[in-house]
Design a protein around this ligand. Sequence first.
Ligand SMILES: C[S@@+](CC[C@H](N)C(=O)[O-])C[C@H]1O[C@@H](n2cnc3c(N)ncnc32)[C@H](O)[C@@H]1O
Length: 264
Amino acid sequence: MTVDSKHLINWVGGKRLLRKTIAPLIPENIQTYIEPFGGAGWVLFYKDKWADVEIYNDLDGRLVNLFRIVKYHPNALKEELSYLLGSREMFMQFMNSNPITDVQKAAKFFFLITRSFGGKGSTFGCVKKSAGGACKSLSNTLIKIDAIHKRLDKVLIEHRDFEKLIAQYDHEGAFFYCDPPYSTGCGYEVTSTEDFEHERLRDILSNIKGRFLLSYDDSPKIRELYKGFDMIEVQRQKGINNRQGITNNIYKELLIANYPIKNV
Ligand SMILES: C[S@@+](CC[C@H](N)C(=O)[O-])C[C@H]1O[C@@H](n2cnc3c(N)ncnc32)[C@H](O)[C@@H]1O
């Protein structure tokens, strides 16, 4: 079995199923590649390098801490994780623990995310068929940490609200792959579905010097907000149902850009 070492964790809204559709739409001639809504970084990690300067950002400090620890202290994290078993007792103990160091915090977050149902970190992932959740291989996990450690070598890791981040890195050669929370659906630790300001993002992206590619749910609100921009419809199967072989559960998404993507 080969280990898919191009990702570390699953994340709600992660672009695992769309990364191969998104990648060919990203221009070749970019100087700076920026992900303001980094999440699990499925698109960032899909390729070994998108540009000479690459930036991962997320407002969720738990993700940022995890990737910083993987970048700077992978061995300490691996050691911390090597003592852990995928047991329900350990999961419950960990849920209620209070880690002190950043390495311990990263290990707790990583453990809960990888051993929980749907990667949400709240319910123990006791699966009957696939090799996820509680039965995840520890040695594969350690291989993935090494691979992502290497991939992050030259990636800058930021922890800012998207508005400040975009303003900070915008220039003619900049490319922003933006994957904000959907206009419908579940929210995140840092912003609930109701609180996320989609209009604020649209206003900022409408005035940047660089290029952007945006992925969103296909809803009338988003179509109206980005009227006039290049837009293509894509479909994917819903993640969990896809794994269970249910084929009629299609989710529609939009890819929107301020450069031509329709004929790519
Ligand atoms: C759809 S997910 C990104 C998924 C990612 N593309 C992947 O493949 O895993 C959206 C992310 O936006 C982050 N987020 C929410 N509000 C934010 C804000 N105001 N600024 C920056 N990041 C934010 C959330 O923490 C979440 O990780």
